[in-house]
Design a protein around this ligand. Structure first.
Ligand SMILES: [Mn+2]
Length: 432
């Protein structure tokens, strides 16, 4: 017999991947244990009969030729299924998480860094020409959207987007997907949201905002990760770690979400014995104390190597400049020859103004070709420093609606930064 399992506390990607194995290989028995995440529980309350799901006890007497493990390969995360793993002759894994020391040994490993595990299965279903039911396509889309934030998280790959197209073609119902992805917060989640907003303190790093919040409550709040994600959206911080602890308990839960490539929270959670994805990770610390952990995380984040781009990383140098005495006629020719849209104006080595193609055209219309640059340049010099974050300089460009900033180190002109330089680096840095 072939049996498929997934991680404990199954989320939509786990459930979707599990059901997908039964469509890929009809002889597969899918096994699901409780508990599952609250939103999966709500979904199953209505859809349980749509899929054939077994319990571990259903299969006690069966011999297992192959165990298919989806959306994880960590021994700890499949603990409730340990008896099946022991009896399996061979193991096949479908996963999209980073490797850990805790990984099971598998004969076949399909492990690829896509946004959702179900993408790996959708690719195989599409290739095999399997026709999905509306319910299946919708569930798979739920898994795909849940793990990729509706294809918006930076873990989303082209392959996830193609899988979404396949599922839509197969009849996935987005209104149903939306209903389960946009569950109302429970009263406990609402309270947690307010408390996390209040408790979160920020750590400013090179123009990035990290936040840590500790929460000690009477009971563990189900769906706390969704609350963390929502706080991130509401506050615009770049990353947030929640330390959640039940009062009197020796165990603390860490839940981390990041919207910036400068903080890989799976690495951060790894330091606390946990793991996950660069954008979403968690850890369970035992014994753990919320206040101590909050302090430790704050310390760690205040020295985390973020390395954002500085103006110096992006600026062009040396800089074409023009003397304040240069006549319009000569300047106009220079702009054409050098193919630049503007340049700083210098007098005795100091920047005294900026002149753009627009200024030149306006002056030319007045017809006085002998007028010196000083007569029509813009005297207000808005500049950047080489050691400031690129994001700050970009903000200033936007604020003043200008396309380039001379970069000044003290009085010395050391470079120039243009909108197009910045854009090139921005897209270069995040291109897949
Ligand atoms: Mn997943």
């Amino acid at each position: 017999m072939r049996v498929a399992i997934t991680h404990a506390n199954a989320d939509f990607d786990a459930l979707a991947s599990l059901v997908a194995t039964t469509r890929l290989w009809p002889e597969v028995r899918a096994v699901l244990v409780s508990p599952v995440t609250p939103s999966v529980k709500r979904y199953l309350a209505l859809h349980k009969d749509s899929f054939e799901l077994h319990s571990v006890d259903d299969l006690v007497d069966e011999s297992i030729e192959e165990l298919v493990v989806v959306d994880t390969r960590s021994r700890a995360r499949i603990k409730p299924y340990a008896s099946l793993l022991e009896r399996a002759a061979t193991v096949q894994v479908f996963d999209h998480h980073a490797a850990s020391d805790d990984d099971i040994d598998a004969q076949v490993e399909v492990v690829e860094p896509v946004g959702a595990c179900v993408t790996l299965l959708c690719e195989r279903l599409e290739e095999a020409g399997v026709e999905l039911s509306t319910g299946e396509a919708t569930l798979f889309m739920l898994g795909l959207y849940a793990d990729t934030g509706r294809l918006s998280f930076s873990n989303t790959t082209t392959r996830d987007i193609l899988a979404a197209a396949y599922l839509r073609k197969q009849g996935a119902r987005l209104e149903v997907v939306n209903r389960y992805l946009e569950q109302e917060f429970s009263p406990e989640q609402q309270r947690l949201l307010v408390e996390v907003m209040r408790a979160a303190h920020e750590i400013e790093r090179e123009g990035l905002r990290f936040a840590v919040a500790a929460h000690v409550g009477e009971a563990y709040v189900k769906g706390a990760a969704v609350v963390v994600e929502r706080v991130l959206q509401l506050t615009g911080v770049d990353a947030l770690v929640l330390v959640a602890q039940q009062s009197g308990s020796k165990v603390a839960q860490l839940i981390a979400r990041s919207h910036t490539r400068h903080l890989d929270v799976s690495a951060l959670m790894g330091e606390f014995g946990g793991g996950g994805h660069p954008a979403a990770a968690a850890a369970k610390v035992k014994p753990g104390d919320a206040a101590v952990l909050e302090e430790a995380l704050t310390q760690r984040l205040s020295v985390w190597p973020v390395d954002p781009l500085d103006v110096a990383d992006v600026m062009s140098s040396p800089v074409q400049t023009v003397s304040h005495e240069t006549p319009l006629q000569d300047l106009s020719r220079c702009l054409d020859r050098w193919g630049v849209h503007g340049m700083p104006v210098v007098r005795e080595g100091k920047v005294v103004g900026v002149v753009s193609r627009r200024d030149v055209d306006q002056a030319a219309r007045r017809g006085d070709w002998a007028v010196p640059v000083a007569g029509f340049m813009s005297q207000r010099v808005i500049s950047a420093r080489p050691d400031e974050p690129l994001s700050e300089a970009l903000r200033r460009m936007t604020e003043h609606d200008i396309g380039r900033l001379p970069v000044l180190d003290g009085d010395a002109l050391v470079g120039i930064i243009s909108r197009s330089d910045a854009l090139r680096r921005l897209y270069g840095a995040s291109a897949e």
